[in-house]
Design a protein around this ligand. Structure first.
Ligand SMILES: Nc1ncnc2c1ncn2[C@@H]1O[C@H](COP(=O)(O)OP(=O)(O)OP(=O)(O)O)[C@@H](O)[C@H]1O
Ligand SMILES: [Mg+2]
Length: 204
């Protein structure tokens, strides 16, 4: 199910990017043409300026939506994608978040990189929504069996047994994604101690 969903997201992301992107570019060109024809009508020019600003904003939103569905950065490897994710997280939450990659950048197949990325993404979304953290750290390091990714926050933490009994999609999705790529997922958390999500995975 996860693999199918991911393929679907990739498809929708490309569709949104290509189709909407192209139309918005055409719209922007028309606005520029209009601007040239209206050069001596200042009221109309003002409207045209507003239209241009709206088109630019819409282009930006389309880009953001597409990259949330399937970050272009993933095409350049997991490290770039995580950098993008961290920047995005910092911009939206204003919570300091540090990415540390120890040693050479790990090499993963697209399926593995995507799964790891999605786990990191859901972890950060949870931090933003639930943790009330003041710092977040993401590290990638070498371990005997491969690579370990850790996402830790210093927030309020939660009862993992209780959360596991619920039917929320986030943590369950992480477990499922990890299982699909033969990775080990650990969730360590308790009230008032912060949360550490870690995943051990072999390199391809
Ligand atoms: N980093 C965290 N800090 C504090 N609490 C957390 C953290 N991550 C998860 N939780 C707790 O675990 C619960 C389950 O998380 P999960 O991601 O499965 O669901 P959710 O975020 O509530 O909803 P969604 O299905 O949209 O992800 C959360 O509701 C929250 O109480
Ligand atoms: Mg969640």
């Amino acid at each position: 199910m996860e693999a199918v969903r991911e393929a679907e997201r990739k498809h929708i992301a490309m569709e949104v990017h290509d189709e909407l992107g192209q139309m918005l570019t055409a719209l922007k060109m028309n606005v520029s043409l209009l601007e040239m024809q209206l050069a001596n009508d200042s009221a109309a020019m003002h409207k045209v300026d507003e239209m241009r600003a709206l088109v630019d904003k819409t282009i930006q939103i389309v880009r953001n939506v597409a990259s949330h569905l399937r970050p272009v950065a993933l095409n350049f490897g997991l490290a770039s994608a995580l950098e993008w994710l961290v920047d995005d997280f910092k911009r939206h939450t204003r919570i300091p978040c540090h990415l540390h990659i120890q040693g050479a950048e790990p090499r993963f197949s697209d399926a593995r990189a995507t799964a790891i990325f999605r786990i990191a993404q859901e972890s950060l979304t949870n931090v933003a929504r639930h943790a009330g953290a003041s710092r977040v750290k993401i590290t990638i390091s070498r371990i005997n069996s491969g690579v370990e990714l850790r996402i830790s926050d210093d927030g309020r933490g939660f009862d993992t047994v209780e959360a596991g009994a619920g039917y929320s999609y986030g943590l369950q999705g992480m477990v499922e994604r990890a299982r699909l790529i033969d990775a080990k997922l650990h969730i360590e958390s308790a009230q008032h101690t912060g949360t550490v999500i870690s995943i051990d995975v072999a390199e391809d």
